[in-house]
Design a protein around this ligand. Structure first.
Ligand code: PGA
Length: 252
């Protein structure tokens, strides 16, 4: 049985005060939930304050990005050790906004992934095709290439600590969700690739999240699919009420 994992990616939103307020609300609403692994990803500036609020709860803390070096002359970057230092256990790598706006390549994501694993963080690795790629019938090829590139040289033992997030770029922030069937189809395909690369056991235990316009109204249908093990939520995670509803999808 794979334990569902639901992440709230706050992206470049919220001052420290706003972030602390949301964390306090989440603590009250879903702070003790154990049936789902819940993680929030505030902006770097709010990590430490949010971490303090969430201490003693079941809600995990993660960062939205990191650099692969541990320290040094890399102006503007944040290292895995710094993330651990402020209480992070998780890190998102290769989000499509990083790939798109900051030209992150699979090779760079692979370096970050190895560094995150070395430092003891739990990485969420994002993959997903653009609208044109889907229309051209290339969605699976694109996702397969991203997976192979990002996961190159990772051991079968380490891979079990990774979560894959399938986020079709055309569904992010657009209100247009992939249908549960479209998502399931791609998740099944991702598991096949993982089986080929790392063997049956890994394919069975590794969790694959769906991301892209997930909301309280569609989470249940998505989660009913065999290979969908959780969600990475952007917009609908910015309000404690809607994020808590998503996390509690199993209760209604
Ligand atoms: P969205 O973002 O829920 O706002 O579509 C998802 C994501 O980018 O992780």
């Amino acid at each position: 049985m794979r334990k569902p994992i639901i992440g709230g990616n706050w992206k470049m939103n919220k001052t420290v005060d706003e972030a602390v307020r949301e964390a306090q609300d989440l603590k009250l609403e879903i702070g003790q939930i154990k049936s789902v692994e819940v993680v929030v990803f505030p902006p770097f500036t709010a990590l430490e304050s949010v971490g303090k609020v969430l201490r003693g709860t079941e809600i995990g803390l993660g960062a939205q990005n990191m650099f692969w070096e541990e320290k040094g002359a890399y102006t503007g970057e944040v290292s895995p050790l710094m993330l651990l230092d402020v209480g992070c256990r998780y890190v998102i790598l290769g989000h499509s906004e990083r790939r798109g706006y900051f030209n992150e390549s699979d090779e760079e994501i692979n370096k970050k992934l190895k560094s995150a694993l070395r430092s003891g963080l739990f990485p969420l690795v994002c993959v997903g095709e653009k609208l044109g790629e889907r229309k051209d019938g290339k969605a699976k090829q694109v996702v397969e290439n991203q997976l192979r590139g990002c996961l190159r040289g990772i051991s079968a033992q380490d891979i079990e600590r990774i979560v894959i997030a399938y986020e079709p770029v055309w569904a992010i922030g657009t209100g247009e969700t992939a249908t549960p069937e479209q998502a399931q189809d791609m998740h099944y395909f991702i598991r096949e690739i993982l089986r080929e690369l790392f063997g049956e056991k890994v394919a069975q235990v590794i969790r694959i999240q769906y991301g892209g316009s997930v909301k309280p109204e569609n989470i249940k249908d998505l989660m009913s699919k065999e290979d969908i093990d959780g969600a990475l939520v952007g917009g609908a995670s910015l309000k404690a009420k809607s994020f808590a509803q998503i996390v509690r999808y199993g209760e209604s």
